[in-house]
Design a protein around this ligand. Structure first.
Ligand code: FES
Length: 106
């Protein structure tokens, strides 16, 4: 899926994230500033916080109880559309997502 990262200053970066890959992994591998992913996707750091602003095509996995709990530990306070991007694993097929980046992850 095509993922657009939009930071607090309105600067945007776009990545093609293959199916089976999380947005956190793609961001870290491609040097997107604003996503730390310190725990490597083990759901214990909350430094991969994003705001899921738009989804076109297949929806990413929904919020489960573990992610919901961890979202209480983000550096920037959670919002209704907050997600942990290590949990946003892309599915098959085309699609497009826009994620907002918080000011800080720590
Ligand atoms: Fe640590 Fe997502 S990378 S919770």
């Amino acid at each position: 899926a095509q993922v657009t990262f939009s930071d607090a200053n309105g600067h945007q970066s776009v990545l093609d994230v293959p199916s089976g890959t999380s947005i956190m992994e793609a961001a870290v591998d491609n040097g997107i500033d604003g996503i730390d992913g310190q725990c490597g996707g083990r759901l214990i750091c909350a430094t991969c916080h994003v705001f899921l602003e738009a989804v076109e095509g297949p929806a990413p996995p929904g919020l489960d109880a573990d992610e919901d709990d961890m979202l209480d530990y983000t550096a920037v306070q959670r919002r209704p559309n907050s997600r942990l991007s290590c949990r946003l694993v892309m599915g098959e097929g085309p699609g497009a997502l826009i994620v907002g980046l918080p000011d800080t992850q720590t």
